[in-house]
Ligand binder design. Structure first.
Ligand code: TRP
Ligand code: SF4
Length: 374
Protein backbone atom coordinates (compact mmCIF):
# COMPACT_ATOMS: atom_id res chain seq x y z
CA UNK A 1 0.00 0.00 0.00
CA UNK A 2 1.73 3.18 -1.08
CA UNK A 3 -0.07 5.31 1.49
CA UNK A 4 1.30 3.25 4.34
CA UNK A 5 4.80 2.95 2.90
CA UNK A 6 5.23 6.70 2.49
CA UNK A 7 3.00 9.40 3.87
CA UNK A 8 3.39 13.14 3.48
CA UNK A 9 2.38 15.18 6.50
CA UNK A 10 1.50 18.72 5.41
CA UNK A 11 1.72 19.89 9.03
CA UNK A 12 5.14 18.51 9.91
CA UNK A 13 8.21 20.70 9.78
CA UNK A 14 10.14 18.08 7.85
CA UNK A 15 10.81 19.01 4.26
CA UNK A 16 9.89 16.46 1.62
CA UNK A 17 13.30 15.17 0.69
CA UNK A 18 12.48 12.28 -1.51
CA UNK A 19 10.93 13.90 -4.53
CA UNK A 20 11.34 10.72 -6.57
CA UNK A 21 8.88 8.93 -4.30
CA UNK A 22 6.20 11.43 -5.19
CA UNK A 23 6.40 10.22 -8.78
CA UNK A 24 6.46 6.58 -7.80
CA UNK A 25 3.77 6.44 -5.11
CA UNK A 26 1.46 9.32 -5.82
CA UNK A 27 1.43 9.71 -9.58
CA UNK A 28 2.84 13.23 -9.64
CA UNK A 29 4.38 13.70 -13.11
CA UNK A 30 7.80 15.25 -13.83
CA UNK A 31 7.32 18.89 -14.81
CA UNK A 32 9.96 18.63 -17.53
CA UNK A 33 7.51 16.56 -19.57
CA UNK A 34 5.26 19.59 -20.11
CA UNK A 35 8.00 22.15 -20.81
CA UNK A 36 7.93 21.69 -24.61
CA UNK A 37 4.17 22.32 -24.75
CA UNK A 38 4.46 25.28 -22.38
CA UNK A 39 7.19 26.77 -24.59
CA UNK A 40 4.67 26.98 -27.43
CA UNK A 41 2.64 29.40 -25.31
CA UNK A 42 5.21 31.25 -23.22
CA UNK A 43 8.80 31.18 -22.03
CA UNK A 44 8.82 29.00 -18.88
CA UNK A 45 9.65 30.77 -15.62
CA UNK A 46 13.21 30.30 -14.39
CA UNK A 47 11.95 28.10 -11.54
CA UNK A 48 10.44 25.84 -14.21
CA UNK A 49 13.45 25.89 -16.54
CA UNK A 50 15.75 25.01 -13.64
CA UNK A 51 13.72 22.07 -12.34
CA UNK A 52 12.82 23.84 -9.07
CA UNK A 53 9.20 23.42 -10.08
CA UNK A 54 9.74 19.69 -10.52
CA UNK A 55 6.32 18.05 -10.64
CA UNK A 56 2.71 18.48 -11.65
CA UNK A 57 -0.73 16.95 -11.85
CA UNK A 58 -2.75 17.73 -14.97
CA UNK A 59 -0.67 20.72 -16.07
CA UNK A 60 -1.29 19.50 -19.62
CA UNK A 61 -5.00 20.15 -19.02
CA UNK A 62 -4.13 23.73 -18.08
CA UNK A 63 -2.21 24.22 -21.33
CA UNK A 64 -5.10 22.74 -23.33
CA UNK A 65 -7.59 24.98 -21.56
CA UNK A 66 -5.54 28.12 -22.21
CA UNK A 67 -5.16 27.16 -25.87
CA UNK A 68 -8.92 26.73 -26.16
CA UNK A 69 -9.64 30.04 -24.43
CA UNK A 70 -11.24 28.35 -21.45
CA UNK A 71 -11.29 30.31 -18.21
CA UNK A 72 -8.44 29.25 -15.95
CA UNK A 73 -7.66 30.58 -12.46
CA UNK A 74 -4.49 30.21 -10.39
CA UNK A 75 -4.94 29.84 -6.66
CA UNK A 76 -2.54 29.26 -3.83
CA UNK A 77 -2.51 29.91 -0.11
CA UNK A 78 0.03 30.91 2.50
CA UNK A 79 -0.13 30.47 6.21
CA UNK A 80 1.16 33.54 8.04
CA UNK A 81 3.55 32.10 10.58
CA UNK A 82 6.77 33.90 11.32
CA UNK A 83 8.38 36.33 8.90
CA UNK A 84 8.17 36.06 5.16
CA UNK A 85 11.48 34.80 3.75
CA UNK A 86 13.09 33.63 0.52
CA UNK A 87 11.55 30.17 0.92
CA UNK A 88 8.09 31.74 0.57
CA UNK A 89 9.03 33.85 -2.42
CA UNK A 90 8.99 31.06 -5.06
CA UNK A 91 5.26 30.61 -5.01
CA UNK A 92 4.61 34.35 -5.31
CA UNK A 93 7.08 34.57 -8.21
CA UNK A 94 5.03 31.94 -10.02
CA UNK A 95 1.79 33.83 -9.39
CA UNK A 96 3.35 36.98 -10.81
CA UNK A 97 4.45 35.02 -13.88
CA UNK A 98 0.95 33.64 -14.51
CA UNK A 99 -0.66 37.00 -13.86
CA UNK A 100 1.57 38.58 -16.51
CA UNK A 101 0.33 35.92 -18.94
CA UNK A 102 -3.18 37.22 -18.26
CA UNK A 103 -4.41 34.50 -15.91
CA UNK A 104 -6.55 35.50 -12.90
CA UNK A 105 -4.87 35.00 -9.53
CA UNK A 106 -6.42 34.15 -6.13
CA UNK A 107 -4.49 34.03 -2.85
CA UNK A 108 -5.92 32.50 0.33
CA UNK A 109 -4.55 33.78 3.62
CA UNK A 110 -4.69 30.59 5.67
CA UNK A 111 -5.56 32.30 8.95
CA UNK A 112 -8.00 29.58 10.01
CA UNK A 113 -5.36 26.93 9.52
CA UNK A 114 -2.84 29.02 11.49
CA UNK A 115 -5.36 29.47 14.32
CA UNK A 116 -6.72 25.92 14.47
CA UNK A 117 -3.67 23.77 13.64
CA UNK A 118 -0.72 26.03 14.47
CA UNK A 119 -2.55 27.51 17.47
CA UNK A 120 -1.51 31.09 16.73
CA UNK A 121 -3.55 33.90 18.23
CA UNK A 122 -6.00 35.63 15.91
CA UNK A 123 -4.33 38.99 16.38
CA UNK A 124 -0.86 37.69 15.63
CA UNK A 125 -1.97 36.02 12.41
CA UNK A 126 -4.06 38.93 11.16
CA UNK A 127 -1.31 41.47 11.89
CA UNK A 128 1.29 39.28 10.25
CA UNK A 129 -0.87 38.90 7.15
CA UNK A 130 -1.64 42.60 6.79
CA UNK A 131 1.74 44.05 7.79
CA UNK A 132 4.10 41.44 6.44
CA UNK A 133 2.68 38.88 4.00
CA UNK A 134 0.33 40.91 1.82
CA UNK A 135 2.73 43.89 1.45
CA UNK A 136 5.43 41.41 0.39
CA UNK A 137 3.15 39.81 -2.23
CA UNK A 138 2.47 43.20 -3.72
CA UNK A 139 6.11 44.30 -3.57
CA UNK A 140 7.09 41.08 -5.37
CA UNK A 141 4.88 42.21 -8.23
CA UNK A 142 1.33 40.95 -7.71
CA UNK A 143 -1.08 43.52 -9.06
CA UNK A 144 -3.07 45.03 -6.16
CA UNK A 145 -6.05 45.68 -8.40
CA UNK A 146 -6.26 42.30 -10.07
CA UNK A 147 -5.21 39.84 -7.36
CA UNK A 148 -8.04 38.38 -5.29
CA UNK A 149 -6.57 38.07 -1.80
CA UNK A 150 -8.87 36.94 1.02
CA UNK A 151 -8.70 35.66 4.59
CA UNK A 152 -10.11 32.13 5.04
CA UNK A 153 -12.11 33.53 7.95
CA UNK A 154 -13.55 36.48 6.05
CA UNK A 155 -14.91 35.30 2.72
CA UNK A 156 -18.38 35.13 1.19
CA UNK A 157 -21.14 32.67 2.06
CA UNK A 158 -20.95 30.19 -0.87
CA UNK A 159 -17.31 29.47 0.06
CA UNK A 160 -18.42 28.32 3.55
CA UNK A 161 -21.30 26.39 2.02
CA UNK A 162 -18.71 24.32 0.14
CA UNK A 163 -16.92 23.39 3.37
CA UNK A 164 -20.22 22.32 4.92
CA UNK A 165 -21.28 20.28 1.91
CA UNK A 166 -17.86 18.61 1.55
CA UNK A 167 -18.24 17.18 5.07
CA UNK A 168 -20.94 14.80 3.82
CA UNK A 169 -18.82 13.03 1.23
CA UNK A 170 -15.59 12.16 2.99
CA UNK A 171 -15.15 9.55 5.70
CA UNK A 172 -12.87 9.61 8.73
CA UNK A 173 -11.16 6.48 7.35
CA UNK A 174 -10.27 8.29 4.13
CA UNK A 175 -8.97 11.29 6.03
CA UNK A 176 -6.85 9.04 8.24
CA UNK A 177 -5.42 7.30 5.19
CA UNK A 178 -4.33 10.68 3.84
CA UNK A 179 -3.33 12.56 7.00
CA UNK A 180 -2.42 9.85 9.48
CA UNK A 181 -4.00 8.37 12.58
CA UNK A 182 -3.64 11.36 14.89
CA UNK A 183 -6.33 13.29 13.09
CA UNK A 184 -7.53 16.28 15.11
CA UNK A 185 -10.77 18.11 14.46
CA UNK A 186 -8.67 21.17 13.57
CA UNK A 187 -6.92 19.25 10.80
CA UNK A 188 -10.21 18.08 9.34
CA UNK A 189 -11.48 21.65 9.31
CA UNK A 190 -8.25 22.95 7.77
CA UNK A 191 -8.30 20.26 5.06
CA UNK A 192 -11.92 20.95 4.06
CA UNK A 193 -11.26 24.68 4.16
CA UNK A 194 -8.28 24.25 1.85
CA UNK A 195 -10.44 22.18 -0.52
CA UNK A 196 -12.92 25.08 -0.58
CA UNK A 197 -10.04 27.49 -1.27
CA UNK A 198 -9.03 25.43 -4.26
CA UNK A 199 -12.47 24.74 -5.71
CA UNK A 200 -14.45 27.92 -4.97
CA UNK A 201 -13.27 29.85 -8.07
CA UNK A 202 -15.38 27.38 -10.05
CA UNK A 203 -18.60 28.63 -8.42
CA UNK A 204 -20.49 31.25 -10.45
CA UNK A 205 -20.34 33.63 -7.44
CA UNK A 206 -16.53 33.67 -7.68
CA UNK A 207 -16.10 33.79 -11.43
CA UNK A 208 -17.20 30.36 -12.67
CA UNK A 209 -13.70 29.31 -13.78
CA UNK A 210 -13.48 26.01 -15.61
CA UNK A 211 -10.14 24.95 -14.21
CA UNK A 212 -8.03 25.93 -11.19
CA UNK A 213 -4.25 25.49 -11.11
CA UNK A 214 -2.58 25.33 -7.69
CA UNK A 215 1.18 25.98 -7.43
CA UNK A 216 2.45 24.70 -4.05
CA UNK A 217 5.34 23.11 -2.20
CA UNK A 218 5.39 19.33 -2.39
CA UNK A 219 4.21 18.98 1.23
CA UNK A 220 0.76 20.20 0.17
CA UNK A 221 0.01 17.28 -2.13
CA UNK A 222 -2.17 15.41 0.43
CA UNK A 223 -4.60 18.34 0.31
CA UNK A 224 -4.65 18.15 -3.47
CA UNK A 225 -5.43 14.46 -3.44
CA UNK A 226 -8.36 15.08 -1.10
CA UNK A 227 -9.56 18.01 -3.18
CA UNK A 228 -9.42 16.02 -6.41
CA UNK A 229 -11.60 13.31 -4.85
CA UNK A 230 -14.06 15.91 -3.57
CA UNK A 231 -14.25 17.52 -7.00
CA UNK A 232 -15.17 14.12 -8.48
CA UNK A 233 -17.80 13.54 -5.81
CA UNK A 234 -19.39 16.93 -6.45
CA UNK A 235 -19.13 16.90 -10.21
CA UNK A 236 -22.85 16.25 -10.66
CA UNK A 237 -24.18 18.29 -7.80
CA UNK A 238 -22.01 21.37 -8.28
CA UNK A 239 -20.28 20.83 -11.61
CA UNK A 240 -16.82 20.87 -10.00
CA UNK A 241 -13.76 19.57 -11.86
CA UNK A 242 -10.41 18.36 -10.53
CA UNK A 243 -7.79 21.03 -9.92
CA UNK A 244 -4.37 20.89 -11.57
CA UNK A 245 -1.25 21.49 -9.49
CA UNK A 246 2.49 22.08 -9.67
CA UNK A 247 5.06 21.29 -7.01
CA UNK A 248 8.25 23.15 -6.19
CA UNK A 249 11.26 22.12 -4.15
CA UNK A 250 11.95 23.62 -0.75
CA UNK A 251 14.94 25.80 -0.09
CA UNK A 252 17.65 24.53 2.22
CA UNK A 253 18.29 26.49 5.37
CA UNK A 254 21.44 28.61 5.50
CA UNK A 255 22.84 26.19 8.08
CA UNK A 256 21.55 23.04 6.32
CA UNK A 257 18.17 21.43 7.04
CA UNK A 258 15.03 23.23 5.95
CA UNK A 259 14.54 26.95 5.56
CA UNK A 260 11.88 27.54 8.17
CA UNK A 261 10.30 30.59 9.77
CA UNK A 262 10.59 28.93 13.18
CA UNK A 263 14.40 29.04 12.93
CA UNK A 264 15.75 32.58 12.28
CA UNK A 265 19.25 31.24 11.58
CA UNK A 266 17.90 29.28 8.64
CA UNK A 267 16.43 32.08 6.55
CA UNK A 268 16.86 35.58 5.18
CA UNK A 269 13.62 37.51 5.56
CA UNK A 270 12.51 39.72 2.70
CA UNK A 271 12.44 42.61 5.17
CA UNK A 272 15.84 41.93 6.79
CA UNK A 273 18.10 45.01 6.64
CA UNK A 274 20.55 44.30 3.78
CA UNK A 275 23.65 44.45 5.99
CA UNK A 276 22.12 41.96 8.43
CA UNK A 277 21.11 39.69 5.55
CA UNK A 278 24.66 39.77 4.22
CA UNK A 279 25.97 38.75 7.65
CA UNK A 280 23.71 35.70 7.62
CA UNK A 281 24.86 34.87 4.11
CA UNK A 282 28.53 35.16 5.08
CA UNK A 283 27.94 32.68 7.92
CA UNK A 284 26.02 30.24 5.75
CA UNK A 285 27.08 26.69 5.05
CA UNK A 286 28.48 26.09 1.55
CA UNK A 287 29.26 23.15 -0.66
CA UNK A 288 32.95 24.08 -0.35
CA UNK A 289 35.88 21.99 0.89
CA UNK A 290 37.72 22.37 4.21
CA UNK A 291 40.70 24.14 2.61
CA UNK A 292 41.18 26.33 -0.45
CA UNK A 293 43.81 23.93 -1.77
CA UNK A 294 41.40 21.05 -1.56
CA UNK A 295 38.66 23.04 -3.23
CA UNK A 296 40.95 23.94 -6.14
CA UNK A 297 41.80 20.28 -6.54
CA UNK A 298 38.36 18.67 -6.03
CA UNK A 299 35.97 21.49 -6.90
CA UNK A 300 32.96 22.52 -4.83
CA UNK A 301 29.53 20.90 -4.58
CA UNK A 302 26.98 23.49 -5.69
CA UNK A 303 24.18 20.93 -5.51
CA UNK A 304 24.69 20.85 -1.73
CA UNK A 305 25.18 24.58 -1.30
CA UNK A 306 22.56 26.98 0.19
CA UNK A 307 24.45 29.92 -1.34
CA UNK A 308 24.16 28.39 -4.78
CA UNK A 309 20.46 27.82 -4.14
CA UNK A 310 19.92 31.46 -3.30
CA UNK A 311 21.43 32.34 -6.66
CA UNK A 312 19.60 29.65 -8.60
CA UNK A 313 16.16 30.21 -7.04
CA UNK A 314 16.25 33.98 -6.72
CA UNK A 315 19.23 36.14 -7.48
CA UNK A 316 20.67 35.16 -10.88
CA UNK A 317 18.11 35.48 -13.63
CA UNK A 318 20.36 34.79 -16.58
CA UNK A 319 20.77 31.05 -17.24
CA UNK A 320 24.25 31.31 -18.73
CA UNK A 321 25.49 33.37 -15.79
CA UNK A 322 24.18 30.69 -13.41
CA UNK A 323 25.74 27.91 -15.46
CA UNK A 324 29.08 29.69 -15.26
CA UNK A 325 28.89 29.84 -11.45
CA UNK A 326 28.01 26.14 -11.39
CA UNK A 327 30.82 25.10 -13.67
CA UNK A 328 33.48 27.27 -12.09
CA UNK A 329 32.49 25.97 -8.68
CA UNK A 330 32.68 22.37 -9.90
CA UNK A 331 36.07 22.93 -11.50
CA UNK A 332 37.49 24.52 -8.35
CA UNK A 333 38.04 27.84 -10.13
CA UNK A 334 35.56 29.74 -7.97
CA UNK A 335 36.15 29.70 -4.22
CA UNK A 336 33.44 30.26 -1.63
CA UNK A 337 34.76 33.57 -0.28
CA UNK A 338 34.56 35.24 -3.67
CA UNK A 339 31.30 33.51 -4.54
CA UNK A 340 29.69 34.71 -1.30
CA UNK A 341 30.87 38.27 -1.88
CA UNK A 342 29.34 38.31 -5.35
CA UNK A 343 26.14 36.78 -4.00
CA UNK A 344 26.09 39.43 -1.24
CA UNK A 345 26.11 42.20 -3.86
CA UNK A 346 23.13 40.64 -5.65
CA UNK A 347 21.35 40.11 -2.36
CA UNK A 348 21.81 43.71 -1.22
CA UNK A 349 20.63 45.03 -4.53
CA UNK A 350 17.51 42.85 -4.49
CA UNK A 351 16.62 43.66 -0.87
CA UNK A 352 17.10 47.40 -1.32
CA UNK A 353 14.82 47.57 -4.33
CA UNK A 354 12.28 45.22 -2.74
CA UNK A 355 12.13 47.09 0.55
CA UNK A 356 11.56 50.43 -1.13
CA UNK A 357 8.42 48.96 -2.68
CA UNK A 358 7.49 47.20 0.56
CA UNK A 359 7.10 50.46 2.44
CA UNK A 360 4.65 51.79 -0.13
CA UNK A 361 2.63 48.57 -0.07
CA UNK A 362 1.97 48.45 3.68
CA UNK A 363 -0.75 51.04 3.61
CA UNK A 364 -2.25 49.65 0.45
CA UNK A 365 -2.60 46.13 1.81
CA UNK A 366 -5.12 47.00 4.56
CA UNK A 367 -7.10 48.96 1.99
CA UNK A 368 -7.48 46.10 -0.47
CA UNK A 369 -7.97 43.26 2.03
CA UNK A 370 -10.51 43.89 4.82
CA UNK A 371 -9.42 42.99 8.33
CA UNK A 372 -11.45 40.24 10.07
CA UNK A 373 -13.16 41.70 13.16
CA UNK A 374 -12.03 38.87 15.51
N1 TRP B 1 -1.86 24.77 3.79
C1 TRP B 1 -1.10 25.80 3.15
C2 TRP B 1 0.18 26.06 3.98
O1 TRP B 1 0.41 25.42 4.94
C3 TRP B 1 -1.86 27.06 2.96
C4 TRP B 1 -3.09 26.96 2.07
C5 TRP B 1 -4.35 27.22 2.48
C6 TRP B 1 -3.14 26.65 0.69
N2 TRP B 1 -5.20 27.12 1.43
C7 TRP B 1 -4.52 26.79 0.31
C8 TRP B 1 -2.21 26.30 -0.28
C9 TRP B 1 -4.97 26.54 -0.97
C10 TRP B 1 -2.66 26.06 -1.59
C11 TRP B 1 -4.03 26.18 -1.92
O2 TRP B 1 0.93 26.94 3.68
FE1 SF4 C 1 28.67 27.26 -3.03
FE2 SF4 C 1 29.80 29.21 -4.36
FE3 SF4 C 1 31.22 27.74 -2.66
FE4 SF4 C 1 30.40 26.69 -4.94
S1 SF4 C 1 31.83 28.38 -4.71
S2 SF4 C 1 30.27 25.73 -2.95
S3 SF4 C 1 28.42 27.70 -5.21
S4 SF4 C 1 29.55 29.11 -2.16
Amino acid sequence: MPIVAFRIDPWSSEAVKEYEKLFKYFGIRPFKEVLPELRKLAEPHLLMRRGIVFGHRDFDRVLEAIKNNKRVAILTGLMPSGRMHFGHKMVIDQLVYYQKLGIDVFVAIADIEAYAVRKKSRKEVIDLALNEYIPNYLALGLDPEKTKIYFQSNHRTPYYRLIQMFSRKVTIAELKAIYGEDLETAKILAALTQAADILHPQLPEFGGYELVLVPVGADQDPHLRLTRDLADRFSNELGLTRPASTYHRFMSGLQGGKMSSSNPESYIALSDPPEFAVKKLMNALTGGRPTAAEQRRLGGEPEKCPVYELNAYHLVHDDSELREIYEKCKEGKLLCGKCKKETAERLKEFLKAHQEKLEQMKELSSKIVPRPRF
